[in-house]
Design a protein around this ligand. Structure first.
Ligand SMILES: [Cu+2]
Length: 169
């Protein structure tokens, strides 16, 4: 029993000593954000454009054209490069006027065997201001309903499909 109490007391001390450091690094705190970006000189996002058949399922039970991921967390003043692989044979865009971003995404190529050869678009910019900036696709897509483009969620451009958010910290 004595040994247990001693171990327990030691554990308690250890936890008490560790707690300030843990609290400082809680996800979402300013210090956690700063430490997460410490020394980051460049940011990179790999993004995928999924055509209807491959895209996420909407509340209507149908697959829709989707850009994944659709939320981008960036550090102000640090350049970011997007490498966007488009599996669709149509163009799309990631357009956020509030951030001065307009990424035109090249279409894939229809092959003779019926498959689509994906196209890769790269785009680099440096976010110059903090805040949340909504983006949406400006190219008519997700036909024939164009549901993924229509106003809704935070639209125009359904978040998680043809819309989303840049969060610049
Ligand atoms: Cu689109």
């Amino acid at each position: 029993m004595k040994a247990f109490l001693t171990a327990s007391a030691m554990l308690g001390l250890g936890l008490a000593a560790a707690q300030p450091a843990l609290a400082d690094n809680q996800p979402g705190t300013a210090s956690a954000v700063q430490s997460a970006f410490a020394g980051v000189a460049k940011q990179h996002y790999k993004v995928y454009v999924l055509p209807g058949g491959m895209g996420f399922v909407g509340p209507d039970g149908q697959h829709h054209d989707s850009i994944a991921p659709s939320t981008f967390v960036l550090k102000v003043g640090v350049p970011v490069t997007f490498t966007i692989t488009n599996f669709d044979d149509g163009s799309h865009s990631i357009t956020a006027p509030g951030l001065g971003v307009n990424i035109m995404i090249k279409p894939g190529t229809d092959e003779s065997d019926g498959s689509i050869k994906p196209a890769v678009t790269t785009y680099t910019f440096t976010p110059t201001k903090q805040g949340e900036f909504h983006w949406n696709c400006m190219v008519m897509c997700d036909g024939p309903s164009h549901w993924a483009m229509s106003p809704g969620f935070d639209g125009p451009g359904r978040d998680g499909y043809m819309g989303g958010t840049f969060k610049v910290l």
